[in-house]
Design a binder for this molecule. Structure first.
Ligand code: URA
Length: 208
């Protein structure tokens, strides 16, 4: 946890890109230091910038429902974003902003060592699968640098396009099945305890 806190402190004193000028709060991420599953969104919006926590607006409520639909909660996982400061007017983060922020995401991944990383939406997808499209590769895992990467639609997509909501729910069921297969193949084993165990063992990064 000390490591995650130190990363969060470095984020709060970062002025490497223009997003630092307009932020109210940095939004380092939230969840268990021992999470096996890490969700990576795009960047904080208005509510996140106000509260300093990721996914606390409407998209966040939908994400909570999606997690609950596969018997997970925020405390079991770690949730963060590509960029840790809000892009003004919720615009997409620029490539130089994503690049400037990426050492923080790298450091969080190195510290938590999740078994499964879940990029949410096309921007996060591009970090692992450059040039690919979310509609084509969603809900399919690949093994990259000792980690499974399983991209999913961004929950906001289901808010903008109600027709996608059932697809997003069924993609989360695919995630559940995949996580179940890791349990049976023992990748989640004694050294690597079960997904929900993160709650008991890990400490929570909850800075606000
Ligand atoms: N959308 C994101 O990508 N991240 C958040 O934290 C909130 C909304």
């Amino acid at each position: 946890m000390a490591q995650l806190e130190s990363i969060a402190n470095n984020i709060s004193s970062c002025f490497a890109c223009a997003l630092s000028k307009s932020r109210t709060n940095t939004v380092p991420g939230q969840g268990s230091s021992k999470a096996k599953i890490m969700f990576v969104g795009e960047g904080p919006g208005f509510n996140e910038d106000q509260k300093g926590r990721p996914f606390v607006g409407q998209a966040g409520h939908f994400l909570d429902d999606l997690l609950a639909s596969i018997e997970l909660s925020r405390e079991d996982v770690f949730i963060t974003n590509l960029v840790k400061c809000r892009p003004p007017n919720n615009r997409d983060p620029y490539p130089d902003e994503i690049k400037a922020c990426s050492p923080f995401l790298d450091a969080q991944i190195q510290s938590i060592k999740p078994l499964v990383v879940i990029p949410l939406g096309r921007h996060a997808l591009n970090r692992w699968f450059p040039g690919e499209t979310i509609g084509k590769v969603r809900a399919q895992e690949r093994f990259i640098d000792d980690t499974y990467v399983l991209p999913l639609y961004h929950p906001a997509a289901g808010l903008h396009n109600g027709g996608l909501r059932s697809t997003i729910y069924s993609d989360f069921q695919k995630l559940k099945t995949f996580l179940g297969s890791l349990e049976t193949t023992n990748e989640l084993s004694e050294e690597n305890p079960s997904l929900s165990k993160a709650t008991e063992d890990g400490e929570q990064l909850n800075l606000f």
